[in-house]
Design a binder for this molecule. Structure first.
Ligand code: PLP
Length: 457
């Protein structure tokens, strides 16, 4: 009988050379025993994010390369907070973030050769938080430590709630968070004149504008803010400009989609999640800053127990000072593996294929008189709904909620929803590595069938 719990001592005894034949068999048997439990007790409670018909939220890609990198990282088991704790981990992270910055055609200032550079965070939320804390310290040095209550943050109402959380943690007064309305007239992009108006009003009131979050690919509908115009306003008012491209940043490696980050030259920081749509297993959120010292001046600590020659001599990057935690995993290995194994061209066709599938779905939706595409598709997210009958928007919202419930309960696919201008909208975010044309066609069939049932047709 294979023991369910194996004590450390037992394992040590097993590994003694007398047992070298028995060990592999015992471990394989244990694994099988546990896999049986995984199959019967755990898998039934799993939401299958890697399923070809998972379309909810945004994708969270995993891949063979990502998995191999993750496995190597787990095997090495390093904790690379300072350069000296595993020099290759820091160096590789700098190299792959430079590679990707070049692939995205980010401005030179984001590269590690000057004051800038990239760092891997666990999430886009952490990325926003660290840059906000850096920006907060920078502005408080300029205007005085007591001015925290006067600092103002700007964004559109389509910005991810990660910004609100960052404000809460960074101590920004809730009344100083300007959530500017974006509507269907701009496809939910922030209007620069609204920002300008809000900034001028705040300055007049004696407040201090200090942080702007622009979006490339909002969570609800992939709206893209006009970065260049927003950045110009930010620059002339000494406001830190962060660009959140958590999902859509990946698409911008394709020359034809690079236009959506035009204006990023005006940003102070830029973020994209490689763990969303870039074949890199969760978690791997990429953040670039033009001035690394804004982060390190806000986040550095230097306790005796971490002192070492390389850090003291200021010769190296210590990523612990670019993030909230001390410890950090060797995440760059999986991104390196993805870039090495697949290469830029494969990654571009991977993205293009999903966008093509989304285009096909958009067309299917627009051909059905019961449905509408609510906002034009830009990347691989299609936002749609059943149309109202007799202009009854309330009933229409209920019907769309019911449709979501019905298609998800079928167990055949998984969509999520949002609200745009008060309309309940279904979101179909295509981006799982296994999704093919046949899955999208079948998905649309399921949606149409459930809709017909709800409409009594
Ligand atoms: N920003 C955007 C545009 C997102 O879509 C998301 C999550 O989907 C986030 C930020 C937050 O991402 P994370 O889970 O990495 O904090």
């Amino acid at each position: 009988m294979v023991p369910r719990f194996i004590s450390g001592k037992f394992v040590a005894n097993l590994y003694s050379h007398e047992n070298f034949v028995a060990v592999p068999w015992l471990l394989v048997a244990t694994l099988f025993l546990y896999l049986a439990d995984v199959k019967t007790k755990i898998l039934p409670g799993i939401t299958h994010w890697q399923s070809p018909t998972f379309y909810a939220y945004y994708p969270s890609n995993s891949s063979v390369a990502g998995f191999l990198g993750e496995m190597l990282s787990a095997g090495l088991g390093i904790v690379g907070f300072s350069w000296v704790t595993s020099p290759a981990a820091t160096e590789l992270e700098m190299i792959v973030l430079d590679w990707l910055a070049k692939l995205l055609n980010l401005p030179e200032q984001f590269l590690s050769k000057g004051n800038g550079g990239g760092v891997i965070q666990g999430s886009a939320s952490e990325a926003i938080l660290v840059v906000m804390i850096g920006a907060r310290e920078k502005v408080l040095r300029r205007v005085g430590k007591n001015a925290l209550g006067k600092l103002v943050v700007y964004s559109s109402d389509q910005t991810h709630s990660a910004l609100q959380k960052a404000c809460q943690i960074a101590g920004i007064h809730p009344e100083n968070c300007r959530v500017l309305k974006a509507d269907s007239s701009t496809n939910y992009a922030l209007r620069p004149e609204l920002l300008q108006e809000a900034v001028s009003k705040d300055i007049e009131a004696g407040l201090i504008p200090f942080f702007l979050c622009g979006n490339v690919g909002t969570t609800s509908s992939t709206a893209v803010d006009p970065l260049a115009a927003l950045g110009k306003i930010a620059k002339s008012n000494e406001i830190w400009f962060h660009v959140d491209a958590a999902y859509a940043g990946s698409a911008c490696i394709c020359p034809e989609y690079r236009q959506y980050i035009d204006g990023v030259e005006t940003a102070d920081s830029f973020n994209m999640n490689a763990h969303k749509w870039f074949l890199t297993n969760f978690d791997c959120s990429l953040l670039w800053v033009k001035d690394q010292y804004v982060l390190t001046e806000a986040l550095s600590t230097n306790p005796e127990f971490l002192k070492n020659k390389a850090s003291q001599a200021n010769l190296v990057v210590d990523y612990k000072d670019w993030q909230i935690p001390l410890g950090r995993r060797f995440r760059s290995l999986k991104l390196w593996m993805v870039l090495r194994l697949y290469g830029a061209e494969t990654l571009k066709s991977y993205i293009r294929n999903h966008i093509k599938l989304a285009k096909d779905l958009e067309q299917l939706v627009s051909q059905d008189p019961n449905f509408e595409v609510v906002t034009p598709r830009i990347f691989s997210l299609v936002c749609f709904r059943i149309l109202p009958v007799d202009n009854d928007e309330k009933e229409c919202n209920n019907r769309n909620r019911n449709l979501l419930e019905a298609v998800n309960s079928s167990g055949k696919l998984f969509l999520s929803h949002t609200a745009l201008s008060g309309k309940i909208v279904l979101r179909c975010a295509i981006g799982a590595p296994l999704t093919e044309e046949r899955h999208v066609k079948e998905t649309w069939k399921v949606i149409q069938e459930e809709a017909s049932r709800l409409l009594g047709k």
